[in-house]
Ligand binder design. Sequence first.
Ligand code: BV8
Length: 286
Amino acid sequence: MSDFQIHLTESPRILALLGAGLSAPSGLPTFRGAGGLWWMHDAKQLSTPQAFDENPGLVWEFYLERRAAAKEARPNAAHFALAELARRVPEFNAISMNIDGLSERAGHPPAQISFLHGNLFSIRCTTCPHTIHDEAAEAIIAALTTALAHSSTSNLSAASVPTCPACHTGLLRPGVVWFGEALPSATLASLYAWIEAAPSIDTMLVIGTSAEVYPATAYIEAARKKLARVAVVNIEQEDPGLLGLEEQDWYFQGDAGDLVPEMLKKVVEELGNVELIDVKKITEVI
Ligand code: BV8
C-alpha cells in the first residue's frame, strides 16, 4: 500500500474505471455479486432493448426498484475520496459504469467524470431523442409507481407505460444504455481526446468491477498502452488471468469503502467537511 501511495503522489495523470463494487458499500447490489439483482431474472437479460419490447412493464419494475434503492442510498467514503482526488489532481479523470448517481451526489466534479451507461434518474423516448429530467421525470416515475401499486397482477402492464410527449409514438424508457446499444458518442469522443492529449498516463485505478463489460473494460488496456501502472480494488480474490496484472501493478483485495480512502490518503489527506448533493440536483450535474 505505501509504495502505491507514494506512486500516486508522483502521478500527474490518473484514470479510473468505476464499477458496481464502488457502490456496494452504500448497500446497492452489484450485477453479479452475491446480492445480485432480481435473482429470478438474469439482470443482463432485463437490460436489453429486446426485453423492453417484449415486456416494458417488467423492465420498468426492474428500474423503478433500482431507482428507489439508489435514491435511498448515500455515497460512501470511496465516492468522496475520488471526488476529493479530482479536486486535487486536475489531470484525474474517472470513467463510471454506474448509473446510481452516487458519484454525482458525492460532489465529484462533472468535468472529471464520464458516465458511460447513462443514469437511473433520466428518462428518454424509445424512438425520438427526447429526454426527460428533474421534476418532469419525478412525475412520470410517480405515475408508474402508482400504476404498479394499483395493478391487480402486481405487475406493470405495457398499457401503463407512458408514450413520449414529444413524438407521441415512442414509449418512455429508463435513460440508461442497454446491452447491444451504443454508448454516448460525445462521451467516447471526449474520453479519447483526454487519453490522447498527453504521451502517458501514470496510474489506472480499477475499482469494483468484474471487467466483463465492453467497451468500458477496454479503457484498462488503453491506459496500459499509455504506460500506466494499474491498481485494482476488488473484494474478491485476484483472478490473475482476468486483468493480466504485471509486476509493476497492484491488487488490493477488500472493501472499496475502506481501501480507496486509504489508497488516496497521501494525495487527499483529511477529507474536510464533506458536502452531500441531493438527488434532485443530480440531473443538473450530468
Ligand atoms: C455495445 C446500464 C455495440 C444498464 C450497463 C466485446 C467483447 C465481449 C462482449 C462485447 C464486446 N463488445 C460489446 C459486447 C457486448 C456487451 C458486453 O460487454 N457484454 C458482456 C456482458 C460480455 N456490451 C454492450 O452491449 C455495450 N454496447 O457494445 O454496443 C454497438 C455499437 C454501435 C451500435 C450499436 C451497438 C453496452 C454495455 C452497457 C450495458 N449497460 N448498465 C443497467 O445497469 O441496467 S452494463 C452494467 O453491467 C453496469 O453498468 C456495469 O457496467 C456492468 C456490471 O459490471 P460491473 O460494474 O463490473 O459489476 P459486476 O456486478 O459485474 O461486478 C462487481 C465487481 O465488484 C465484482 O468483481 C465484485 O467482486 C466487486 N465487488 C463487490 N462488492 C465490492 C466489490 N469490490 C470492492 N468492494 C466491494 N464492497
